[in-house]
Design a protein around this ligand. Structure first.
Ligand code: MG
Length: 263
C-alpha cells in the first residue's frame, strides 16, 4: 500500500529535507583531493546531529556509517573509510535524515577537481534524467511513467540504467511502497495521487547495467568497472504538481521549470 501524506506531514518531511540538502551542500565543498571518505562521514554526522536530526542510514540493516560515499565505479552504498579522494574522481554522496520521526533522502554526484569529459557528461545526463522523472510525477500519470522517463533519456544518451536497485516511497520509514524502478514502459503501475512522497533516484552507468556487491557486502559496483553516477531527491506530489523537498542552496534555480517544483 502506498501511504499518502497530508500537507502538514509533507512539511515535516521537508524539514528533514532541508537538513539533507544543507548536508549535501556542505559535503560538496569538502570533496577535494586528499580528503578521506571517513572524514566526509564524520562531517555529515556532526552536521545532521547539530540540527536535531538522526542520520537515518546509521545502523540501518547494520550499515556502519552515517552516509554512503561511492567513488567512480561504485554505484551506491559505499561505506566511508580510508579511501582518499583524488583529482578526477566522481563521488556519489547519499544522505538520509530522520527528524521528528520523518525521513528525507537525497543523493548527488560531484567531481573532484577537474574530471574527464565523459565523467562530466555522465553526471549531467544522470541529473537531467532525475528531473525528467520528477516532471512525470503528476496526478493522472502512472508509476512507470516516472521509470520510463529515466530509461528513455539515459539510453538515448548512450548510457545504461541500473536495474537491480530502485527508488522508493518515503515517509515515516525510509523505504516504503512503491518500488520505483528506473526502467519500464509508460502507463503501468498505480495511478499517481496527491500526497504521495517518493525518493526518485536514477543510477546510471557508462557501460553495461549489471552490478556486483563488494566483499564488505554493501558497496555496489558496476560489473564491468565503468563509471557510475547517482542523483536522488525526495519529492512530494502536491495539488500543484511535484515539489522537491531536498533542494539545497546549490540547486540550480535558473531553471524555471525546476524552480516551480520547489516546496
Ligand atoms: Mg533512496
Amino acid at each position: 500500500m502506498i501511504i499518502r501524506k497530508s500537507p502538514a506531514q509533507i512539511d515535516q518531511i521537508a524539514r528533514a529535507g532541508e537538513i539533507v540538502a544543507g548536508c549535501l551542500d556542505m559535503l560538496r565543498g569538502k570533496c577535494r583531493p586528499g580528503a578521506t571518505t571517513a572524514k566526509l562521514d564524520a562531517a555529515a554526522e556532526r552536521f545532521i546531529r547539530e540540527r536535531g536530526g538522526i542520520p537515518t542510514f546509521k545502523g540501518y540493516r547494520g550499515f556502519p556509517a552515517s552516509i554512503c560515499v561511492s567513488p567512480n565505479e561504485v554505484v551506491v552504498h559505499g561505506i566511508p573509510g580510508d579511501y582518499t579522494l583524488a583529482e578526477g574522481d566522481i563521488i556519489s554522496l547519499d544522505v538520509g535524515v530522520t527528524l521528528k520521526g520523518w525521513v528525507a533522502d537525497a543523493a548527488t554526484t560531484v567531481g573532484v577537481g577537474e574530471v574527464s569529459g565523459q565523467a562530466r557528461r555522465l553526471m549531467d545526463v544522470t541529473e537531467a534524467s532525475l528531473f525528467k522523472a520528477i516532471s512525470r510525477f503528476r496526478q493522472g500519470n502512472h508509476l512507470s511513467d516516472i521509470s520510463s522517463a529515466v530509461q528513455e533519456y539515459v539510453e538515448h544518451n548512450g548510457y545504461s540504467v541500473v536495474r537491480s536497485l530502485v527508488g522508493h516511497g518515503i515517509g515515516r520509514d525510509m523505504h516504503e511502497e512503491p518500488q520505483i524502478p528506473n526502467f519500464g514502459v509508460p502507463g503501468g503501475g498505480p495511478e499517481l495521487e496527491e500526497g504521495m512522497v517518493f525518493a526518485i533516484e536514477p543510477m546510471v552507468n557508462v557501460g553495461e547495467h549489471q552490478v556486483k556487491v563488494g566483499e564488505d557486502r554493501w558497496a555496489v559496483s558496476t560489473a564491468d568497472g565503468s563509471l557510475s553516477a547517482h542523483f536522488e531527491h525526495t519529492v512530494a506530489l502536491s495539488r500543484e504538481g511535484p515539489k522537491i523537498l531536498t533542494a539545497g542552496m546549490a540547486f540550480d534555480r535558473s531553471n524555471l521549470d525546476a524552480a516551480s517544483m520547489l516546496w
